[in-house]
Design a protein around this ligand. Structure first.
Ligand code: A3P
Length: 288
């Protein structure tokens, strides 16, 4: 285990932005409200993209909120120090809440509530590449020496927020519940407008065509890259060093092909197959 992380109930976290005390508060005391909307992801799966989509849907396509308020204030990360306690005091309704927490340590009061979860999943190979670059520039994550070293940790969950496999398997147990919706980063890439409309339906929000057009236009990679409320350029350099890698890096499907060697890909496939062979859902990347 890396010495830059601590272990909370089997999952690793960085002490720079989280604490065991706050995690325990989130898990055991945080009060979920029935109109809460949770944006849940494994890191680098499209979290900030979904914040932008949800922010615009909640404002009927009006971009004022996304242009004036940083995404971490619009949809705070539940497990970051102090966030859950601040959310508890917030008068904002509905609350838009982001989290990378695995299901087994997610807040207990979610159980039995009508709060909605939107779970975004990305090809674990592209997630790995994105996380590799992010880990080089983000102070909370261990700087990987090489993709080879990184993949060894990634594939066994020896990194912040644990394993992609247990994250996905844990959250996908909610499949079939009315208050749970999942989709993939690849779905967003393939049919953004259709995905936005599905999310609106799930949230019970009726947007006219013009409002949907505005959501779609404002969440393009190019527009988000330019929006300093969404591209993390407002954070200090010692926290996220965007000179090492921009947050809005490439935003494409299949970048792993530019990074993995044949041996790394075979190693990945072997572990993926062992972990996911009995999984009931087939994802877009399973077909290729
Ligand atoms: P890459 O590093 O592959 O470019 P998260 O928000 O979960 O941290 O994920 C960040 C990843 O999502 C980055 O991937 C980023 O470029 C990508 N991303 C963010 N907004 C996007 C958008 N509007 N369109 C496509 N990809 C986007």
């Amino acid at each position: 285990m890396s010495d830059i992380y601590y272990n909370y109930k089997g999952t690793l976290f960085s002490p720079v932005a989280t604490s065991a005390e706050d995690l325990s508060f989130v898990e055991n005391e945080f009060q979920v409200l029935d109109d809460d909307i949770f944006n849940i992801t494994y890191p680098k799966s499209g979290t900030s993209w979904m914040i932008e989509i949800l922010s615009l849907i909640l404002k009927n396509g009006d971009p004022t909120w996304i242009k004036t308020v940083p995404n971490w204030e619009r949809a705070p990360w539940l497990e970051i120090v102090g966030c859950a306690k601040n959310l508890q005091l917030s008068k904002e309704r509905p609350r838009l809440i982001t989290s990378h927490l695995p299901r087994h340590i997610f807040t207990k009061t979610f159980e039995g509530s009508n709060a909605k979860v939107i779970y975004t999943i990305r090809d674990p190979k592209d997630t790995a590449v994105s996380l590799y670059y992010f880990s080089k520039m983000y102070v909370c994550y261990k700087d990987p020496n090489s993709i080879d070293d990184f993949l060894k940790d990634y594939l066994v969950g020896n990194l912040s927020r644990g394993s992609w496999f247990s994250h996905v398997k844990g959250w996908m147990k909610l499949m079939g519940q009315d208050n749970f919706m999942f989709h993939t980063y690849e779905d967003l890439q393939k049919d953004l407008r259709g995905s936005v409309m599905k999310i609106c339906k799930f949230l019970g929000k009726e947007l006219d065509d013009k409002a949907v057009d505005s959501v779609v236009a404002n969440v393009s990679f190019e527009n988000m890259k330019e929006n300093n409320m969404s591209n993390f350029t407002r954070l200090p350099n010692h926290f996220m060093d965007l000179d090492k890698s921009p947050f809005m890096r490439k935003g494409i499907v299949g970048d792993w092909k530019n990074h993995f060697t044949v041996a790394q890909n075979e190693y990945f496939d072997k572990i993926y197959k062992a972990e996911m062979q009995d999984f009931p859902v087939k994802f877009p990347w399973d077909e290729s």
